[in-house]
Design a binder for this molecule. Structure first.
Ligand SMILES: Nc1ncnc2c1ncn2[C@@H]1O[C@H](COP(=O)(O)OP(=O)(O)OP(=O)(O)O)[C@@H](O)[C@H]1O
Length: 614
């Protein structure tokens, strides 16, 4: 069913919600229902399973929280929940979101009449306390509503002392994410632990992405509730959300970001980075850059949040960002903050790169322009093939407008280059991190679902490396896409890596020892190489000499032989000259005598003993 387009009075519902819940809504400032609430509450509070797809910021949380409370109130009226039992489960993919839902529930149940049965909720997420502690709190406080992330919820429910058979309603918030490979197994195991006779509600701004997987939750005949934007082209984003993009030179992205942060007139900005590492690295760089600009905490505050941080600091950061007093507050984050987060007054979302999964695009943008407040989401697209992303989204009813890319003046350009380089050179660890960011970015790029647009073969690796402050391409298989790959990967020799040191003393000492060993190894290698070359040279010369000598020997032997033959011939000729007259007469005798002489010689040689006897 399609939901109403305008807000609806609480009293106009076909199903009457509990009076104190309705009063609580008004007290909290929700004087009317949003369209998705008006459509969903009556269905889910009574006997229907629902699959709800409604644009970001349209009020889906209350659309399931109210039915959850209604179910529990009704069940409590029938009989009290004994120790170990609960009545409702809400699952969300992230701790922050689970915490946020719990806060919404807390804000309502704080307003319940003190003289009635008391509804309680418990948050079940990892890293805050152990499952054992969760269990002891559960058995002590007897909460009827459980909110948590899939992993912790499953661990908790698998425990013997947790009884699931009074659970009447299961909610999967960001359901397409919970039915995605990463969470599907845990989600299905939780579903199997719950009674089949219960209501199920799936909620997301992009539930269509889950396809037939929605039936893996045990639903048979759900009602589908859809809320699109009220704009003519029924955009998949809310009308109050300005969706735009700018074309950028990939090398200038960070300079443009800085320009946007400093000169745009927004108060609360969320910037999406591709990886956890990029958030940490660029958060440190920008903190330093802002300090160098002479701006203080009252003027601008930077925050960083990503999935590798512990749960407690993550929640703390969110609170600090939400409650920031600075004129400008900027959160650097990843997709961990893409879905569901409802931070008041975020008026600008910047995506340095589009997300790898197209559905996440709307979730990221949807952190602003919520509940009819005006918001702007700007996505940077690298000039070239990435510009096709606009058409790709258009097909999905997501329409982006082109906005001008801010100009970075030569002076700003130089200032940034100088200062970011000086920051990088302060500690070699920063360079190592920059390399990891670069590699992480390439990995990230390879994961884009829209792979015909985001092609590794068309990335400008040189500009990307320069954006990260690198001077050499790290060794990686993708280097095959780099035309005219420089020798050993170096494309800039402006950093002397022998003197580039770590701030950490132990790390630096290790580096120096390694450098020495490396140098010695290199020297030894060079020496060995030189020796080898010399040997090869010498052996080639001596071979030549040897060859020359044998040639000369052979030559002189031939000469000697020739001389001997010539001498013999001469002697014979002389003899002939003396007896010339007898030549004719005695020739035959001479030949005979010669033969005889030869024979005697050979007999003597073959008998062997003749000379021995002498
Ligand atoms: N009936 C109402 N009247 C006025 N404001 C409301 C109402 N219901 C919810 N809101 C406000 O709208 C904002 C967005 O609500 P909510 O977080 O539930 O959106 P959502 O649809 O779950 O968004 P997302 O898809 O991003 O998770 C919240 O700040 C909430 O307080």
């Amino acid at each position: 069913m399609k939901a109403e387009k305008t807000s609806v009075a609480w009293d106009s519902l076909p199903y009457q919600i509990t009076p104190w819940v309705k009063d609580a809504m008004v007290t909290l400032g929700f004087t009317t229902m949003t369209p998705v609430q008006a459509s969903t509450i009556p269905l889910l509070s009574q006997h229907k399973d629902v699959v709800v797809e409604a644009v970001t910021g349209s009020g889906k949380t209350l659309a399931f929280v109210i039915p959850v409370l209604e179910k529990v109130i009704k069940s409590m009226k029938d009989s009290e929940f004994k120790k170990g039992y609960f009545g409702a489960v809400i699952i969300s993919p992230t701790r922050e979101l689970a915490d946020q839902i719990d806060s919404v529930i807390q804000s309502i149940i704080k307003l319940q009449p003190e003289d009635g049965l008391q509804i309680k909720s418990q948050l079940l997420v990892g890293s805050i306390q152990s499952v054992r502690e969760d269990l002891s709190d559960f058995l002590l406080n007897k909460p009827q509503v459980l909110i948590g992330t899939p992993g912790r919820m499953l661990d908790f429910m698998s425990h013997n002392s947790v009884r699931t058979n009074r659970c009447e309603i299961l909610i999967l918030d960001e359901a397409d994410k919970l039915l995605d490979v990463g969470f599907l197994n845990d989600t299905q195991l939780i579903v199997r632990l719950l009674p089949t006779q219960r209501r199920t509600g799936l909620f997301s701004a992009t539930i269509s992405g889950a396809g037939s997987d929605i039936f893996k939750t045990g639903m048979t005949n759900p009602v589908k509730v859809t809320v699109k934007s009220s704009s003519i082209n029924s955009n998949s984003a809310p009308e109050s959300l300005n969706l735009s993009y700018m074309i950028v030179d990939p090398e200038l992205k960070l300079k443009i970001l800085l320009q946007m942060i400093l000169s745009f007139r927004y108060k609360k900005v969320i910037v999406y980075f591709p990886t956890n590492f990029a958030v940490t690295h660029f958060y440190s760089l920008f903190t330093d850059i802002i300090e160098r600009k002479g701006l203080d905490e009252s003027e601008i505050q930077l925050h960083s949040l990503h999935g590798k941080l512990e749960a407690k600091p993550r929640l703390k950061t969110l609170t600090k960002f939400a409650e920031s007093y600075a004129s400008k507050s900027v959160l650097f984050t990843t997709d961990v903050s893409a879905r569901g987060l409802d931070i008041p007054d975020v008026d600008l979302v910047i995506q340095l790169d589009p997300p790898t999964e197209p559905d996440v695009f709307l979730h990221r943008c949807g952190r602003t322009g919520r509940a009819n407040k005006i918001g702007t989401a700007i996505t940077m697209l690298n000039e070239g093939r990435e510009e096709e992303y606009v058409n790709f989204l258009n097909v999905k009813n997501v329409n982006l407008k082109l906005v001008n890319t801010p100009d970075v003046s030569d002076q700003e350009n130089e200032w940034y280059d100088e200062n970011s380089r000086s920051w990088l050179l302060e500690d070699r660890l920063r360079y190592d991190h920059a390399v990891r960011c670069y590699v992480g970015y390439v990995m990230y790029y390879s994961k884009h679902v829209a792979s015909s647009i985001f092609r590794l073969s068309e990335l400008d690796y040189l500009k990307l490396a320069k954006l990260h402050g690198l001077v050499r391409f790290p060794k990686m298989p993708e280097n095959k896409y780099i035309k005219e790959f420089p020798k050993d990967g170096w494309f800039d020799d402006s950093i002397d890596f022998d003197t580039y040191s770590y701030k950490d003393i132990t790390k630096e000492e290790t580096r120096l020892v390694e450098l020495k060993t490396e140098k010695r190894k290199k020297e030894r290698k060079e020496k060995a190489l030189m020796k080898k070359e010399l040997k090869e040279k010498n052996s080639a010369w001596s071979k030549k000499v040897d060859n020359k000598e044998t040639k000369q020997d052979r030559h002189s032997k031939i000469l000697k032989k020739r001389e001997a033959v010539e001498a013999e011939m001469k002697r014979q000729r002389d003899e002939q000259d003396d007896d010339d007259s007898e030549v004719e007469v005695d020739w035959k005798d001479m030949v005979r005598a010669n033969k005889k002489k030869k024979k005697v010689n050979s007999d003597v040689q073959s008998s062997g003993g003749f000379f021995d006897d002498l």
